[in-house]
Structures are given as structure tokens and as C-alpha cells.
Design a protein. Structure first.
Length: 443
């Protein structure tokens, strides 16, 4: 059995490693257009901000280890066309530009996603994205220059907000431009983003929300960013307005895709074409609550569904239960996390829902380190089954959201959350944990 996997980052290498363990006699070929494999891009903002120095720490597993396991790993090879009818691939060597063909019995597409670049952007010396290792190395070099003082970040999603922390640690003057009137508006509701925006403003971050970039002033280097509301001096511009799936090379196939180009897969990772699978940032993932095909480019889903695909390529017949798109972020000194449906999403789906926002403390008042937490629950108005939750605070917000993810997966009600037997000791909680309180007041 000849299995070809396109892409050697999270989903692709999770599948390859799992498949080779269960079917050591299979010929598993992995094509990767760069020489970087099993790379954790989530660490890039912290690498740029000098939280750690060695970029190799973001490599989960060295190439040599995959090769030793029997995986036929071929780097600097870009698949440029897929013929699903004849099960043939056209591949380009990115160094020699030689074109050659290969065939497969089964195929997995795990090509990830790329940063979206607006059409007005050209090759300015001081403009970059932050998506891959090369971006990280370039940005780290640029941002550490003494004459780079004014940083303009375009995009108020996860990468944009996390990049603020890198620039702040390096004592830069930071401007954040966001098209939306709120930061992180696709993940959190207003009650939570208000708290996070206050934290940013309290730390002298200049927020330009509800603004769009119109043009740049400067020749080889950007000197000013012109928006629909004014102009901003810039020594460095970082574009973080989102990502798009790397699926353009599939335009000649009949593979079903979402409007944004993400490959639609089922709970087994199967595409609409027989013997073709996909997972990761180039693919959809099933929403655990709604069962819809959603685009949630997160490392957690990529690794999990990648493993499932590896098992299915080996004939085990596994299925992925679905994703809550659980995600978390550190916003300077604050932390926040979300899981399940937002209020906006519940409203869009015409669900009869209720919400409750509760603010209380993470631990007892007499033990040092007490901080406020704010929780928002979204739940079914009739059954009281929890649909979503968001928590923000200066301590212990993220791990409590993991409890909510468990509760949603188990289809627990607010009453059950209210009586959930959670741990208590003065350094960690109150006798009635804030999660219990939130459940009990959500009637």
C-alpha cells in the first residue's frame, strides 16, 4: 500500500507517525515544500519577543526521527497538481524546479494555511506576517533593531494580540488596527473583549478599532500607515488579518470545499473523493454541538484529526467526535479562554438560549494572590444544557474553561455545573467555586 501525505507539519506528521506504527509495511511518503517539519507555529510570538531563544524548540520532532521510523520524508517538494481520477500527483522540486510525477493508493492532504496579504501590500523591507519559521526569524531580526520603535499590527485576532506581547516585552510603542469594533470578536462576546481591551489600554497599547488600512507611505520602507480615520507613524508593520487554506493547487479536482477553500471532511477525515483524506488548517472540522462543517484552524484539532486519519488510512475505522473550537490567549497580564458557542453564534443559529455573566474570585480572600474572574455562560433556555462558555481574568481563567469544555462535551446542564464536585483549598478556589456559582445562577 502506497500512502502519500502532502504537508509535514501538525496534521500530516501526526497521521504519518500513527499510520507507520500500525502498518509498518506500508510505504508512507510525505511531501513537504519547505525543510521544516512537525513545527509548532503557536510559539512564534514568544520566540519573537525573546521569551526563549532557540527556534528549534518549536520543532516537536526532528526530521531524522521520522525517517528512522520508516517514513519516506521528502522535503523541498511541492505538490502542484492532483489527478484524483488516475491517482497521480505532479510535484515540483522547489530548489531545482524539476517537475516529476508520483502515484498513490491513498492520499492525505495536510497543506495547512497561509497568512492573508491585502492587495495593497508589496515587498516593503519592514512589512511581514507571522505564520511560519521564516516569518518568525525575519520579524525577530527586524523588531530588535534599535531604530524600530513604532510597531503597527494590522489585525485584532489571535496572532495580532499575541504579537502585542512580544513587542511590549521589547519596549516598543504599539498600535493595533482592527477592522472590527472589538478585538477577538469571532471568539469572545463583548463582555469579555471589553475586559481585554481595558487591559491593553491600561498598558498604553493604542487601539484603532473599526479602522481599515487605506495605503502606506514610503518607498522601500513604510513610514506611515494611512487608515480611514488618520495616519500612524510606523517603523515596522505586521500583517495578521487571518489565514486562508493552502488548497489552490486542487482547483482542477472535484473535492468539495467551504467558500473559503477549506476541504470539507467527515468525522473520519474523508473528503468527497474516495481514498482522499484531509485534516489541519486546510480542512474543515465537525462542530461537536451543531455538527456543521466549520473552519477552526487550531493546532489541537489538526493533531487530533490527523491522528484519526492515520488510523483510518491503516484500516482501523476511527471517527473524530467533533470540536468545540476551544481556544485560549494571554493578553499581557490577563488570560482568557472560550469553548463552544458564542452568544452571537447561538443567535445566528436561532437557538432559544439564555446567557449569564458572573464575576467573582479565583480563591479565598485570606490567601495571597486573589484575583477576579469573569465567566459568561451560554445555555439552552429550555433544557439548560450548556452550549458555550468564556472566562477572563488575571489568574486561573484558562484551566477553568477546560472544565466548561468537559461539561459541554458531556451535555451537562447549568444545574449539574452548579453542583459539580470541584476541588477546594484556600490557594486554589472558594468553597463554592465560581463555576458552581455560575451554574447555580443560570436558571
Amino acid at each position: 500500500m502506497r500512502v502519500v501525505i502532502i504537508g509535514a507539519v501538525a496534521a500530516g506528521m501526526s497521521a504519518a507517525a500513527k499510520l507507520k506504527r500500525i502498518k509498518p509495511d506500508y510505504h508512507v511518503v510525505v511531501y513537504e515544500k519547505t525543510d521544516i517539519v512537525s513545527f509548532g507555529a503557536c510559539g512564534l510570538p514568544y520566540f519573537v519577543g525573546d521569551f526563549f531563544q532557540n527556534s528549534n524548540m518549536m520543532i516537536a520532532r526532528e526530521k531524522s526521527k521520522f525517517i528512522e521510523s520508516g517514513i519516506d520524508l521528502r522535503t523541498f517538494k511541492e505538490v502542484i497538481n492532483v489527478d484524483t481520477l488516475n491517482k497521480k500527483l505532479t510535484i515540483k522540486d522547489t530548489i531545482t524546479e524539476e517537475i516529476f510525477e508520483d502515484n498513490y493508493d491513498k492520499l492525505m492532504i495536510a497543506t495547512g494555511a497561509s497568512s492573508i496579504m491585502p492587495s495593497l501590500d508589496k515587498n516593503y523591507e519592514n512589512l511581514t506576517t507571522l505564520k511560519d519559521m521564516n516569518d518568525g526569524i525575519k520579524l525577530k531580526e527586524l523588531i530588535n533593531k534599535d531604530d524600530v520603535k513604532n510597531i503597527v499590527i494590522v489585525g485584532s485576532g489571535f496572532i495580532g494580540i499575541e504579537t502585542i506581547e512580544a513587542a511590549k516585552k521589547l519596549n516598543k510603542n504599539i498600535h493595533l488596527i482592527g477592522r472590527s469594533n472589538r478585538i477577538l470578536s469571532k471568539v469572545f462576546d463583548k463582555e469579555i473583549t471589553d475586559l481585554l481591551e481595558e487591559e491593553l489600554r491600561n498598558n498604553n497599547i493604542h487601539l484603532h478599532l473599526g479602522e481599515t488600512v487605506q495605503k502606506y507611505l514610503g518607498n522601500n520602507k513604510i513610514e506611515k500607515v494611512i487608515t480611514n480615520k488618520g495616519e500612524i507613524n510606523a517603523d515596522l508593520v505586521i500583517i495578521a488579518i487571518g489565514v486562508e487554506p493552502n488548497t489552490q493547487f486542487l482547483k482542477n479536482t472535484d473535492i468539495n470545499m467551504l467558500p473559503n477553500g477549506a476541504i470539507i471532511v467527515d468525522e473520519c477525515g474523508r473528503t468527497s473523493i474516495e481514498d482522499v483524506y484531509s485534516a489541519g488548517d486546510c480542512a474543515s472540522i465537525k462542530n461537536l454541538i451543531t455538527n456543521e462543517d466549520m473552519y477552526a484552524p487550531l493546532a489541537t484539532g489538526a493533531n487530533k484529526l490527523g491522528r484519526i486519519v492515520g488510523e483510518n488510512l491503516g484500516g482501523i475505522n476511527s471517527s473524530f467526535p467533533g470540536s468545540l473550537a476551544s481556544s485560549c490567549i494571554k493578553v499581557l497580564n490577563m488570560e482568557a479562554a472560550a469553548t463552544g458557542l458564542t452568544e452571537q453564534k447561538a443567535n445566528d443559529l436561532n437557538i432559544d438560549y439564555k446567557t449569564k455573566v458572573v464575576t467573582n474570585y479565583n480563591q479565598t480572600h485570606y490567601y495571597p494572590g486573589r484575583e477576579k474572574l469573569t465567566i459568561k455562560l451560554i445555555y439552552n433556555a429550555n433544557t439548560k444544557v450548556i452550549l458555550g462558555g468564556q472566562i477572563a481574568g488575571y489568574k486561573d481563567a484558562v484551566q477553568r474553561t477546560n472544565v466548561l469544555a468537559t461539561a459541554i462535551t458531556a451535555k451537562m446542564t447549568t444545574a449539574q455545573l452548579g453542583m459539580l464536585d470541584l476541588c477546594y483549598a484556600p490557594p486554589f478556589a472558594t468553597t463554592w467555586d465560581i463555576l458552581n456559582i455560575a451554574g447555580n445562577v443560570s436558571k
